[in-house]
Design a protein around this ligand. Structure first.
Ligand SMILES: Cc1c2[nH]c(c1CCC(=O)O)Cc1[nH]c(c(CCC(=O)O)c1C)Cc1[nH]c(c(CCC(=O)O)c1C)Cc1[nH]c(c(C)c1CCC(=O)O)C2
Length: 344
């Protein structure tokens, strides 16, 4: 047993595997009763993220239950603003909140505190690599600068990221500076995760879909490329998945332009377009997370369409976005069996 048996790494090198390997975005989370139990004893959500013991436990929960081909580090993209002392809190039913950042505060950001602060997350990665089955790929991650900036500027999640879009037009220099700071910190953070034992990393640009063409190039592609280039300068072999949700047709050439090894696709990406993208790079996705609630035949049909259209090229099977708290744990088992060809 060795690293060569980690299927997701093979796909990231361009191999086609049949059946494709599978993991799910947000696979550790509230749809699992065992997660809800651990969450109760952990204190706040951030306490859970910074407890290497408990974060390791919740990362392993979906691996024990489903035998996914990858474990994804349990943490959150907003630990970076937390480390930048933006007063990040997560409350039940409200979601993440923090102090909205101003242009002056961007110029005054101090990055010195970031690494001691994030060390517990790197300890979790080390613990995970020591505990995980040898064949399971360990994924690290960070948020893309644009997506993290949308929360830092608004101070909370927004349906259309209007505050960040407005800020980017009004305060372009400060905004670009924020993206640079986030890109450089994220690159350091990903390199730390790779040093600690992550096999590959994913960059989540969950709110890429609200930008026009030029803004997508400047605020999504350029900062993600800056992260990829910085990581590769130190680790030329680093494997990187980039997920730009909602970017649609702007995903054309996204892998080449960012330098990512593979691209994540949300469920709105047509499979014909996905098949064209797959000629250039491995792809990951893209089942609608609602099918984890709808279940039954609609779920199987959705998965089969992806397997039929993308299964003959390098594919990592996944949802098109994170699994939701309402997902049915038994449906996840059925999906895994279906993708692996274990059902009639
Ligand atoms: C935008 C974003 C965030 N966090 C993340 C993103 C990018 C991916 C995406 O778009 O889904 C990424 C993330 N968040 C979490 C992970 C863990 C790893 C995994 O299992 O995938 C990952 C990779 C755990 C989490 N992150 C969060 C939870 C739920 C909080 C809880 O348990 O109380 C989990 C399991 C909290 C979180 N964190 C964030 C929000 C908006 C929320 C609130 C959501 C809600 O309340 O439904 C920011």
């Amino acid at each position: 047993m060795s690293v060569e048996n980690r299927k997701i790494l093979k796909v990231l090198q361009g191999e086609t595997l049949s059946p494709p390997p599978i993991w799910l975005m947000r696979q550790a989370g509230r749809y699992l009763p065992e997660y809800r139990e651990t969450r109760k004893v952990a204190g706040s959500f951030l306490d859970l993220c910074y407890s290497p013991e408990l974060a390791t436990e919740v990362t392993l929960q979906p691996i024990r239950r489903y035998g996914f081909d990858a474990a994804i580090l349990f943490s959150d993209i907003l630990v970076i603003p937390d480390a930048l002392k933006r007063n990040v809190t997560f409350s039940e039913g409200v979601g993440p909140e923090m102090t909205p950042i101003t242009a002056d505060e961007i110029y005054a950001l101090s990055i010195n505190s970031v690494f001691p602060h994030l060390n517990p997350v790197l300890d979790t990665v080390e613990k995970l690599r020591a505990t995980l089955p040898h064949n399971t790929t360990l994924l690290g991650f960070c948020g893309a600068p644009w997506t993290v900036a949308t929360y830092m500027i608004a101070g909370h999640g927004t349906p259309d990221q209007a505050p960040a879009r407005l800020f980017a037009y009004r305060e372009r220099q400060a905004f670009l500076r924020l993206l640079d700071i986030l890109a450089d910190l994220s690159a350091e953070y990903l390199m730390g995760q790779l040093e600690a034992g992550a096999d590959a990393v994913q960059i989540f640009d969950s709110w890429a879909g609200v930008l026009g063409e030029d803004e997508f190039a400047d605020f999504c592609v350029a900062p993600v490329k800056r992260i990829v280039d910085t990581v590769r300068a130190r680790r030329p072999d680093a494997k990187i998945i980039a997920f730009a949700k909602g970017a649609g047709i702007l995903l054309k050439d996204y892998a080449r332009k960012t330098g990512a090894d593979a691209i994540g696709l949300d469920w709105s990406v047509p499979l014909s377009f996905a098949a064209d993208l797959q000629k250039e790079s491995p792809v990951q996705g893209n089942l609608d997370p609602m099918l984890m609630i709808a279940s039954g035949q609609p779920m199987k049909d959705g998965a089969s369409r992806i397997l039929d259209r993308l299964g003959n090229g390098p594919l990592i099977f996944n949802l098109g976005h994170g699994i939701t708290p309402q997902a049915l744990p038994e449906t996840v088992s059925e999906l895994v069996r279906h993708v692996r060809g274990e059902t009639a």
